[in-house]
Every structure is written in C-alpha cells, then in structure tokens.
Design a protein around this ligand. Structure first.
Ligand SMILES: Cc1cc2nc3c(=O)[nH]c(=O)nc-3n(C[C@H](O)[C@H](O)[C@H](O)COP(=O)(O)OP(=O)(O)OC[C@H]3O[C@@H](n4cnc5c(N)ncnc54)[C@H](O)[C@@H]3O)c2cc1C
Length: 547
C-alpha cells in the first residue's frame, strides 16, 4: 500500500511537471531529474496563433478534454487583429470590431465567453467627402441632396447608363461597382477609399472582393431601405435588429473577449503561451506526430509534440517551415501570396462632443488617412476619463514602406494635422498619441491568389492530413471573426471525430457583405451544413466596412 501511494505521488508530480512544461516551456522541466521529466506530453493539438480562430479551436477542444497548447508570438496580447491595445488606460481596437454573426453557434459562443461584458451598441458611420458628412450605408435622398442638383443628376444618368450597358462578366473591382452603382457614384464613394485601403488601382483589384464585401448593397436595396426605414413598424416586437442599427461589443474592446477565452482555456488545463513565435513544424510520418518549434522572448527554442497541428499564421510563413518540405511549386505559391498592412495612430483628444459616429470613412485624396475610429462611441469604457475621447486614424500601407517605417512622432504629427483638416477635432485639443502597427491586416485578392491557395491546399492535403488551416491569414481568406471562428469550430469537430467530416473551406465561400440581417438568424444548419461532400451550404455574415 505505501509503495502504491508513493507511485501515485510520483505520477502526480510528473503530471505537475508536464503542466509546468506546457506553461513555462521545456527549459524548466529539463533541469529536473530525468526520470520525472520523461517525455514532453503528446498533446492533442498544437495551435499556432491566439487570435479568434486559434483560441476558438483551443476552447472547443479543451471543453472536450483534449489537451492543447496555443503558441502566440505577441508577448503581451491575445486576440490577434481582434486585440485591444491599452495605452495609458485608453483602449484602441485595431480596425473597430463589430460582433455580429448570422450563425447561432458563434453568437452563442460569444455570449458564453463574455456574457455580461457584451454591450449592445448603436451603429453610426459616415463618409467624409468634400467637407461634408454622408450617412453610411448611403441614404440615397440624403446623398443626392448633399451632392447638389447637378451632381445628383449626373449620378442618376451614369447609374442608368451602367444599367443599360453593363460590363459582362466583370473581373475587376471597378467594373463590378460601376455595374452596380454607375461610374460617378463609384468615383465619389468607392474609388478613393478602396485605393487607399489596397494601395493599388481599382482596376487591379479582383471583382471577388467586391462581390464578397458589397454584394448585399445595391442602389435599389439602399432606396428600399431608405423608404421603408421611414415607416413605423406595426408591432414593436417585430422590430428586427439589423446590422445597420446595432451590434454587440465587449465593454473594453474585442480583446476583452479573447482574454476571457484564454482564461477559460487555461482553467480547462490547456496552455496559452505568449511570446512564442513558431519557427518550425516537422511531421514524423512513422509516429504520426508533429513537432512544433517555437522561439521564446529570450531567444530559446522550445519543442511541442502533438497529434494535430492547427495553424492560423499566415500561409506564406507556414509553408516554408513545414518538414518534410513541400514541392517547390507549393513553396513558390506561398511566396506569391500578398498582404496589405496598416497602422493606427491613436489620438487622445479633449472631448468637445463633435462626433458620435463609431467610424468615418475619409473619401478625400488631400489627406492620407483612410478611416477614423471614434472608440468612445464603440463603448464609453474605452476611455478612462469622460473628459476625453480617443480616435484611431487608420493609414493603410505596406510593411516596410515610408509610412510604415516613419517614426511614431512624425505619424502622430501627421494625424494631428489631418484630424483638424477633416474637421473632426482641433489639433490643439490633442493631448497625446501612440502608433499601433498591424502587419498582414488584409490578405490580398489579386488575379492569382486563388490559384496559389489551391496549389498549397492540394499539396498539404496529400501529405499532411493532420495539418489544419484556420482563420483569416491562416487560409488567406477575407474572414471576419465569426467566419474565422467557424473554421476553427469545424476543425475541432473534425479532430474530435478523427475524420474530416466538414469542409472548412466552404465557410464564407459565397458570403456576402451584409449591411442588414439578423444576428444569429441562421440555425445550426449553417454549421452542420458544411459536410465535405457538400461544400455549398454556408453561413453568411457581415462585418467590417467596405466603402
Ligand atoms: C481593419 C479591420 C477591421 C475589422 N473589423 C471586423 C469587424 O468589425 N468584425 C469582425 O468580426 N471582424 C473584423 N475584422 C476581422 C478580424 O480582425 C479577423 O477576422 C480575425 O482577427 C481573424 O482571426 P484569426 O485568428 O484568423 O487571425 P488573427 O487575428 O490574425 O490572429 C492570428 C494570430 O497568430 C499569431 N501568429 C502569426 N504568426 C505566428 C507565428 N509564427 N507564431 C505564433 N503566432 C503567430 C498572430 O500574432 C496573431 O495573434 C477586421 C479586420 C481588419 C483588418
């Protein structure tokens, strides 16, 4: 009996060390007696990236008692692009994240994770054009009256011309939008902002992007909405909360959701490890195990072993790390994938009650800023002192270009000047500022991206069935949080079932940009309706701004 007891104590101690292994990396355990350390535990999955996709996968697996480790390169924050940056108690959301999904599962998961911390917020956004503010989504009558009689007449004529002589099979963003709205409205409300976002001509941007992001918007539907929204609903209960009106938002920004999620994962016995950049992914086909190597903040390498590898890191970075190496054609395809980066200049400003919008698109080529976020309108708790508001001026750029590499001080000065120029605040009211850089904010949809992704997918599927790509850059897909999460939820189901029951590539396949719709209106069918054999039934949602 005492012997048995001693053995069980030793086993408990070994388990403790294995947990330490997970929490602190192999360095700690390697200094302990060898017989106690034994081997690193084999995890169900190693997950690269603690953004919405990685954390969702980890949470879903951990709830089913599968032990996983999430490796995140950021030393401070979880949430990825959906993190909240804290600067002197002011909170900055990278891009402004509306929590809205047509999928029940996603809405329910957000409630489960953040519950009481989720606010219902009114949505208000406008377009700044030639010194005037236009409600967005556009209200046709307001837009036409602000544009003036002559310009309005020209817009209507060019709209009619586009309808009479549309470009058949539009291939570019410009052709697609002109078909939909006419050339004049395209120039006024789409061209400048879109070219700022992508850093390329609208003739070079694939129509895919327009189709995905603005399919739900047409002049006709905008007219219908403008007319119908004037009418009072007969039954108050029938008032449908559309994206136009409200969205959910955590009290202190999107990062709050993902910090709560990471906490839950840890409580379930899995690990979320920050400051770990994954630098190698090796598959041992004999034992069917992955060995994932990460570099920690001190520069030390650590290894993790798992049955499955789930990756939300950019495909371009993952592919060359995989061993045994993929064929050169796949490596070349990965190298060819492109991204658009952006930076936010956060300004802390004395609040003069000038703006109540959540965000404003800047359609003005005389300034470089593309969009301005007003975080206090997203949630009052984004500022620690109600006498101030905080703005995020978004500048789209390429990693390493002049804008990206400019010193913070210079960028803050630029933002101070431009916020004044677009009449949202006086430079004299700006009291402080910071710069937040976001590499790979947007996977670029150019002519060749689909072909490249296809080549990579094929190569991976043939050789590595236990490697799962999820999320936005993880799949090089324009996924919002909900779609990123859905790919992770389906991946967790596939892993637990030990077979690919669901095709994660079908998520968001023909999703539209919705400026209307009801949160959670799609039932479980949306999630379960994506079996491998039928990749066409997909959930659709909406989110970030487009114009
Ligand atoms: C401007 C803008 C506005 C947006 N607005 C909305 C919105 O209103 N609503 C909405 O739902 N969505 C919105 N989105 C989309 C949302 O940000 C993404 O869908 C979501 O963050 C994607 O989650 P992810 O986990 O796939 O990727 P990410 O958020 O990119 O997370 C990936 C993580 O992997 C980590 N990583 C990368 N490489 C490595 C490595 N080698 N080792 C370890 N870790 C690594 C990164 O640091 C990151 O934390 C917006 C995006 C942008 C750019």
């Amino acid at each position: 009996m005492p012997l048995l007891h001693l053995f069980s104590v030793l086993l408990d101690f070994r388990n403790l060390i294995q947990v330490l292994h997970l929490a602190l990396g192999s360095g700690v355990a390697s200094r302990l007696p060898c017989f106690l350390c034994m081997e690193q535990p084999v995890l169900k999955a190693v997950i690269v990236g603690a953004g919405p996709a990685g954390l969702t996968a980890a949470y879903q697996l951990s709830k089913q008692h599968a032990r996983v480790a999430v490796l995140e390169s950021d030393p401070q924050y979880v949430g990825g692009i959906s993190r909240t940056v804290n600067y002197k108690g002011f909170h900055f959301d990278i891009g402004g994240h509306r929590f809205f999904s047509k999928s029940h599962e996603v809405e329910d998961l957000w409630t489960e994770i953040a519950g009481d911390d989720l606010l219902n917020r009114p949505r208000s956004s406008r377009v700044y054009y030639r010194g005037q503010f236009f409600t967005y989504p556009l209200k046709p009558f307001e837009a036409l009256s602000k544009l003036g009689l002559i310009e309005s007449f020209r817009c209507v004529l060019s709209f009619l011309a586009a309808r009479l002589h549309p470009t058949c099979h539009p291939k570019t963003f410009e052709d697609w939008v002109v078909n939909q709205f006419g050339k004049r409205l395209f120039r006024i409300f789409f061209k400048t902002y879109t070219e700022k976002v992508w850093g390329m001509s609208c003739q070079e941007i694939s129509a895919d992007w327009a189709a995905q992001r603005i399919k739900g918007l047409s002049l006709a539907s905008a007219m219908k909405h403008a007319l119908l929204s004037e009418r009072k609903p007969r039954d108050r209960k029938q008032v449908v909360k559309t994206l136009i009106d409200t969205f959910r938002y955590p009290r202190r920004g999107p990062g709050m959701m993902w910090e709560a999620c990471a906490e839950k994962i840890r409580k379930l016995g899995s690990a979320v490890l920050l400051g770990r950049r994954v630098v190698g992914c090796r598959f041992d086909s004999k034992n069917k195990l992955w060995t994932v190597t990460s570099r920690n903040a001190a520069g030390h390498l650590e290894e993790f072993h798992a049955e499955h590898l789930i990756s939300s890191m950019p495909i371009r970075e993952l592919v060359p790390q995989i061993e045994p190496h993929l064929p050169e054609v796949a490596i070349h395809a990965a190298r060819s994938l492109r991204y658009r980066d952006f930076l936010t200049v956060g300004l802390i400003v004395r609040d003069r009650d000038r703006v109540s919008d959540n965000w404003i698109y800047i359609h003005d080529s005389s300034v470089q800023v593309g969009r301005v976020q007003n975080y206090k309108s997203w949630s009052p708790e984004m500022v620690p002192d109600p006498a101030y508001c905080c703005y995020g001026l978004e500048y789209f750029c390429f990693e390493g270009d002049g804008m990206w590499a400019a010193p913070d001080r210079q960028l803050i000065e630029l933002a101070k000047k431009e916020i004044h120029q677009v009449n949202l605040a006086s430079s004299a009211d700006v009291v402080d500022g910071c710069v937040i850089r976001q590499p790979k904010a947007y996977p670029v949809y150019d002519d060749a991206y689909q072909q490249h992704v296809e080549t990579i997918r094929k190569a991976l599927a043939e050789k590595f069935p236990t490697l799962h790509l999820v999320g936005r850059n993880g799949m090089h897909k324009y996924n919002n949080q909900d779609h990123a999460m859905m790919t992770a939820m389906l991946t967790a189901k596939n892993i637990l079932a030990d077979e690919r029951q669901y095709d994660v590539w079908a998520v968001n396949q023909d999703a539209e940009y919705h400026e209307a719709g009801t949160a959670g209106e799609e039932s479980t069918g949306a999630m379960s309706g994506i079996p491998v054999a039928d990749a066409t039934s997909v959930a659709q949602s909406c989110s970030e701004g487009v114009a």
